[in-house]
Write a new protein. Structure first.
Length: 202
């Protein structure tokens, strides 16, 4: 009986510790932190462990725009290396961490372009609602396709990335009906994003 009580206590303490770890994962610095139009992050949030992934970039002037949190950056490096080793594909990083202010500027530009905040939100996240501010997201292209549009996932590199990114802890973030694959279920009703984007989230 005493042994059973000790085991139960040990199990309880273990569960408490795991619960604490899981809860921490959802906090601002947690790798599972949800950020969207309903669950916004604060204006001053900036990850403490930002590093520049050692990967090729789409343009030379984008080198300072691809920073990610350390763990995410390491996963991205492994994924890019695997694409090169397995298929000879050269993937390119485009845009990683963004400050609240940069996201606000991008959103304001989109509002000016499309004419309303409602329409803009379907294409660009408002400030505080972007996973880029978490340092866990990266726009990805390839040496053979350098435009940020839906055409990338029709390329061999885009297909490989979509099919293999999960192995490295990254997911294609904004699936819409029939995109990236014909049988893709529309998730726009959940994400709020209707445009076809090449964003991968760790």
């Amino acid at each position: 009986m005493k042994k059973m009580a000790v085991w139960m206590l040990a199990l309880f303490l273990c569960l408490m510790e795991c619960t604490g770890c899981l809860a921490a994962s959802f906090e601002d610095d947690g790798l599972l932190r949800l950020v969207n139009r309903e669950e916004k992050i604060t204006k001053n949030y900036e990850p403490a462990d930002l590093v520049k992934p050692d990967v090729p970039v789409n343009k030379k002037n984008q080198e300072e725009q691809i920073y990610m949190r350390r763990e995410a950056a390491e996963a991205l490096e492994k994924m890019f290396a695997a694409a090169k080793e397995e298929k000879g594909y050269v993937l390119l990083a485009v845009s990683g961490y963004r400050t609240y202010g940069v996201q606000q500027l991008l959103f304001n530009n989109k509002v000016a372009s499309v004419g309303s905040k409602e329409a803009a939100q379907k294409k660009v996240a408002p400030a505080g609602a972007s996973e880029h501010q978490l340092g866990l997201a990266q726009d990805v292209l390839s040496e053979n396709f350098r435009l940020l549009n839906s055409g990338f996932l029709d390329t061999e590199e885009g297909k490989w990335l979509y099919e293999n990114s999960w192995k490295y802890g990254l997911v294609f973030r904004f699936p819409t009906a029939g995109y990236p694959m014909e049988n893709t279920t529309d998730k726009a009703y959940k994400t709020g994003v209707t445009t076809k984007q090449n964003i991968y989230r760790y």
